[in-house]
Design a binder for this molecule. Structure first.
Ligand code: ATP
Ligand code: MG
Length: 559
């Protein structure tokens, strides 16, 4: 919700100043994913930030694939990323671009730099370049090839393009300042020879531009005004500006495109890095990039998170200039808040034990009226069948109850939610001591869950009519890493939580859940929010994922 009194974040302040001072007219932002994996919650933050700024300032938002490094890039990732951004609700309209669309202009730019004496071809190897570069405390050494003439550089660069050199044999370097205190400015490599088949340009190119050279040009061509990236690029900003100024895309560092850095979003004890998720996927520890235990956008969607809940989360996190880590409980808080009033509260028994109501007529079925959501009348009511044999959750019965246990035990009267008062009289156990059947009697006068004589019961338990129950599989999740031990072992491997997935095969759901479809979600009373799994659920065998339990360990900080 927009509130005038809420102070503006530092990016908004920069943008408003730029508009005021005439550095730009309309705001234009972009999200530039590298198609080398699936997007995660951190990317969602960047997407919603960029899209939100464009909306706020009546501007435009572009989607641009940063496909300058073709070895790792795949069309599969392009498709998945596109779908995720659409789902989040960030609309790039008809502005979908690829950095590779600009390879010609980037090449022309490099020729221009050579002609200006601002770039040269070097024969140094990658390792030699590293040696010559110096350190934070020592200046770099001049590249022995830096004195080549403009003509020689033009000819060599053209030969590079025409495939006359082997991979890595020559590079093009920007001529800036080998003594700069900023290592990024010590004649950075801007082109390399690499024979890589590109998913869009095929074999047209055997030279590829480096990120620091390519990115500002991509922004400039698209008319991006504010190029928002994460903190690790702060030291690259002078190079970003250098490229744009030398190529004439802007006059000075005040002009646009302008790079602005903000802190990455990290979740405490949660794996977000593509590198680690890739490993979990490849080692078969998780069921693909969209395994509901992951925090890729595809996984969050599959688990049952909504775009609204992610937006709320990102807004709560705020925009900062210092790295920090947010608790996963805050993400859970957001999805609970989002679903609380939107979803009907259904009855589902996850660990069933049968209850027989001995004094209830054998062939009788009553369809009871049940309010869908006590906090939101708009969701209306539904009919739920009640009959002589029902299931309750095993944890709702105890043979010998401890103090303060108000649920079902021999001799105790409880309320069956929305139905009747029942009193437990006896139970049957198998040879292993497991309760297999509980016998009760009901009070016909207590229909709807209240007794006419005003007598009270302390426990209310949910139930499902056995004859009408829909059998389903329900999956419960915990954090994929062991939170006690921390995310990584000393050798860099992950500390996995062996209990991150629990599969309950024999759950009994109320009849009204028979016709659900993928992504439908519900509250199951007392158990949490659940979503129909898109991959594994079939009409004849439903599979639900628990999105989140009802218990919260997170409190919204009060303003
Ligand atoms: P990772 O390191 O997780 O693989 P990346 O930075 O390599 O991510 P890119 O595809 O290069 O992924 O990133 C696209 C955009 O998303 C960039 O602008 C990047 O700054 C931003 N981004 C990446 N990770 C985060 C994060 N954790 N929080 C916020 N923004 C992020
Ligand atoms: Mg990257």
């Amino acid at each position: 919700m927009e509130n005038e009194n809420v102070s503006k974040n530092f990016i908004e302040q920069i943008i408003e100043k730029d508009i005021e001072e005439g550095h730009c007219e309309a705001v234009k932002t972009r999200f530039p994913p590298e198609p080398n994996g699936y997007l995660h919650i951190g990317h969602a933050k960047s997407i919603l930030l960029n899209y939100g700024l464009a909306q706020k300032y009546n501007g435009k938002f572009n989607l641009r694939f940063d496909d300058t490094n073709p070895t790792k890039e795949k069309t599969e990732f392009v498709d998945a990323i596109t779908e995720d951004i659409k789902w989040l609700g960030a609309d790039w309209e008809d502005r979908l671009f690829f950095a590779s669309d600009y390879f010609d202009e980037m090449y022309e730019g490099a020729v221009k730099l050579i002609k200006k004496g601002k770039a040269y071809v070097s024969d140094l190897s990658a390792e030699e370049i590293r040696e010559y570069r110096g350190t934070l405390t020592e200046p770099g050494k001049e590249d022995p090839y830096s004195s080549r003439s403009v003509e020689e550089n033009l000819a060599l660069f053209e030969d590079m393009k025409n495939g006359k050199f082997a991979d890595g044999e020559k590079v093009l370097r920007a001529r800036i300042d080998m003594a700069s205190s900023n290592i990024n400015m010590r004649d950075p490599v801007i082109y390399r020879v690499a024979r890589m088949n590109h998913h869009r340009t095929g074999d047209k190119w055997c030279i590829y531009p480096m990120y620091d050279y390519a990115h500002p040009i991509e922004d400039a061509i698209e008319g991006i005004t504010h190029s928002i990236c994460t903190l690790e690029f702060e030291d690259h900003r002078p190079l970003y500006d250098w490229v744009l100024i030398e190529l004439g895309y802007k006059e000075d560092a005040q002009g646009t495109p302008k790079q602005i850095e903000f802190a990455k979003l990290y979740l405490t004890n949660v794996v977000t890095g593509k590198r680690y998720i890739k490993r979990l996927v490849e080692e078969g520890i998780v069921d693909g990039w969209d395994d509901p235990r992951l925090v890729s956008i595809a996984a969050l969607r599959r688990r049952g998170f909504t775009p609204e809940s992610l937006k709320m989360f990102v807004d709560l996190c705020g925009i900062a200039k210092a790295n920090s880590s947010v608790d996963y409980a805050m993400l859970e808080y957001c999805i609970r808040e989002d679903l609380k009033l939107k979803k009907p509260r259904m009855m589902a028994v996850l660990d069933p034990v049968k209850v027989i109501i001995d004094n209830y007529p054998e062939d009788q079925v009553e369809y009871l009226d049940v309010v869908n959501n006590l906090e939101n009348e708009e969701l209306g009511t539904r009919k739920v069948p009640f009959s002589r044999e029902i299931y309750i959750d095993r944890e709702d019965f105890m043979e010998e109850p401890p103090k303060k246990y108000f649920r079902m035990f021999p001799g105790n009267e409880v309320r069956l939610m929305n139905a009747y008062f029942v009193t437990c009289n006896s139970f049957i156990k198998d040879e292993n001591g497991n309760v297999t059947e509980i016998h009760c009697t009901y009070d016909p006068a207590s229909k709807g869950g209240n007794s006419p004589d005003g007598r009270k019961v302390k426990g209310t338990i949910h139930w499902v009519s056995a004859a009408h129950a829909v059998k389903a599989t329900v999956r419960l999740y915990e954090n994929i890493v062991d939170e006690e031990k921390g995310v990584y072992n000393e050798d860099g491997s992950l500390n996995l939580n062996p209990n991150s997935l629990t599969v309950l095969e024999n759950c009994m759901l109320e009849e009204n859940l028979a016709d659900v479809k993928a992504y439908d979600s519900f509250q199951f009373v007392r158990h949490g929010f659940f979503c129909v799994d898109v991959k594994d659920s079939k009409p004849e065998h439903l599979v639900f994922n628990r999105i989140v339990s009802l218990k919260s360990s997170f409190k919204l900080p009060t303003a």
